[in-house]
Design a protein around this ligand. Sequence first.
Ligand SMILES: Cc1cc2nc3c(=O)[nH]c(=O)nc-3n(C[C@H](O)[C@H](O)[C@H](O)COP(=O)(O)O)c2cc1C
Length: 333
Amino acid sequence: MADLKTRWLGLSLKAPFVIGASPVGDDLDKVAALVEAGAGALVLHSLFEEQLVLEQMAAHRHFDAHIDTDAEARSFLPSSDVFSLGVDRYLGHLRRARARVDVPVLASLNGVTPGGWVEYARLLADAGADAIELNLYEVTVDPSLSGAEVEARQLEVVRQVVAAVDRPVSVKLSPFYASVPGFVSQLAQAGAAGVVLFNRFYQPDVDLEKLDVDRTLVPSTSAELPLRLHALALVHGRIDIGLSVSGGVHTGLDAAKAILCGAQSVQMASALLDKGVARMKGVVEELGWWLDQKGYASVDEARGVLSLQHAPNAHALERVNYMKMLQGWMPRR
Ligand SMILES: Cc1cc2nc3c(=O)[nH]c(=O)nc-3n(C[C@H](O)[C@H](O)[C@H](O)COP(=O)(O)O)c2cc1C
């Protein structure tokens, strides 16, 4: 069978499949079984900036007084029952995961403002994280805040996390940037070793019966993959940065598409939450089968074959493809 080994963030992976940040990583028996089935790395769920700020305040014993007197803190911080103050638990879990499986284990931080909480990245590195995944997920609600300001703040967070740790930092992005390649390029300059394209936007629905917001987290489908494929193809080979895909990978063929567009690793969350170890076995086999029947000896050989790296004028090509698609539309029979 074709060689599935890959390198990502300077780490060697036996296969490109990564257990994505989610509750999948909470159960180490399951994680061990997924690694046995072929998973090449594990990303733990995120520690949130708000959690770390609460922990810092508690550590300084000013927590209650601060909450009573500081209106800004009150409005910024969720009540402590939203997040359990679980940094020690997280570090313990990270150490146990590291001891249990012989694949790289990444810790994940979700944060959007520069600040002291960033120092926790060092604790994650000390506890054995092979790399840090920085999840920049946020929804901007302030109409006076420009995209440029949000990006500048996010880049500062990245610089601070990179400065805090001696491990590779991979940044998980949402799809909503005016220029994904432009922002990825700035992330590379800020010291990021990789990007994950993309997080899934949290999209609450409206419950017309209850006249309320429906916050059910609907699992992804493969239909979410093409948005990612497009972004991968735009970035691969043009910016010196590691590429991981997240969102809509459910089959080995989905993984093959992401690799052709330039992915070094392929993260899965919904599919593993739903189908577990059997799905991991299935995707490993299917990717191997596809590489073999197309005559690729390895994942490395297939990587980036469909990227826009060699397009002489990628912008013109994109516009032409868009026009062709719209103008070639035919009604379905
Ligand atoms: C229940 C659940 C919890 C998640 N928790 C996190 C998290 O803590 N941090 C993070 O970066 N992404 C988190 N994600 C997002 C996934 O890592 C992933 O980016 C997203 O689900 C898209 O991948 P998928 O199509 O394979 O599910 C979570 C997803 C699910 C379904």
